[in-house]
Design a protein around this ligand. Structure first.
Ligand SMILES: [Zn+2]
Length: 254
């Protein structure tokens, strides 16, 4: 089990937890919690530690939301579900992916596409240590009800951002003005030299054009903070974040 350091950033009722190469988000409403994403397979225990660090216990979690079903976002959830029975909700289009009826993830065959990047060999070593090659699936995955605020702690609102995967969803936490952006928009990654709002490097995105278009939905969201799937919190307007990401893409090597 991983016992890496946790870095926690709080805005009102919403906490960004950073641990190794993974991020997740905790949203409080009274004594209840919603967990958004859960890191790599080795991070299940880290998620539980982060819940304790903000003064709660795993028994306070009423719902788990998933941005998308990549191993670095659902691995820890799959681990927690071996010990605790929790509802796991996501965009309807992401459910079959989470159940591993198919896989839209960078596989070992494409990893060499990344290895020229500074930082990539160490990243690969680290994430294999975190269980990246173990695989994970969520047979319990359920679709959330589409339309408006979800009936979960924090009254969280899904933001469809299909592209990174077919059913990727970001989430607005209205009380905090925070967007949990998953991998639709990140602010850093071990394989990137850029800082600030950016796309993940291309091999990670299943559908590149759709990943770009999806940012229109984030730009239109009333929020002042992004808690991304990778990298630190961003504070500023959503339109500025999206503009910066799109400008960075034009500078990026293919
Ligand atoms: Zn990710």
């Amino acid at each position: 089990m991983s016992t890496k350091a946790l870095s926690i950033t709080r805005i009102d009722n919403t906490h960004l937890v950073r641990c190794g190469h993974a991020n997740w988000v905790l949203v409080e409403e009274g004594s209840d919690l919603t967990l958004i994403d859960g890191g790599y397979p080795a991070n299940g225990g880290d998620v539980e530690r982060s819940i304790e660090q903000i003064g709660h216990s795993i028994g306070d979690v009423r719902a788990v939301l998933v941005t998308h079903a990549h191993i670095d976002h659902i691995g820890g959830i799959a681990d927690i579900l071996t010990r605790h029975d929790l509802p796991v909700l996501m965009d309807p289009l992401e459910v079959p992916h989470a159940r591993r009826e198919y896989l839209q993830q960078l596989g070992p065959v494409k990893v060499p596409l990344l290895l020229w990047r500074r930082g990539a060999p160490k990243w690969l070593f680290d994430v294999i240590g975190a269980g990246a090659l173990k695989g994970a699936k969520l047979p319990q995955a359920q679709a959330f009800a589409e339309g408006s605020a979800l009936d979960v702690p924090g009254r969280i609102v899904p933001i469809p951002t299909h592209g990174h995967t077919d059913g990727h969803s970001a989430y607005l936490i209205p009380g905090a003005g925070v967007v949990a952006s998953g991998d639709a928009l990140v602010t850093g990654h071990a394989t990137s030299r850029q800082t600030g709002p950016q796309f993940l490097v291309c091999p990670f995105n299943h559908h590149r054009a759709a990943t770009d278009e999806a940012l229109d939905a984030i730009a239109a969201t009333p929020a002042g903070t992004i808690f991304p799937g990778h990298g630190p919190a961003y504070e500023g307007t959503m339109t500025a974040a999206v503009e910066q990401a799109r400008a960075g893409r034009t500078r990026m090597r293919p």
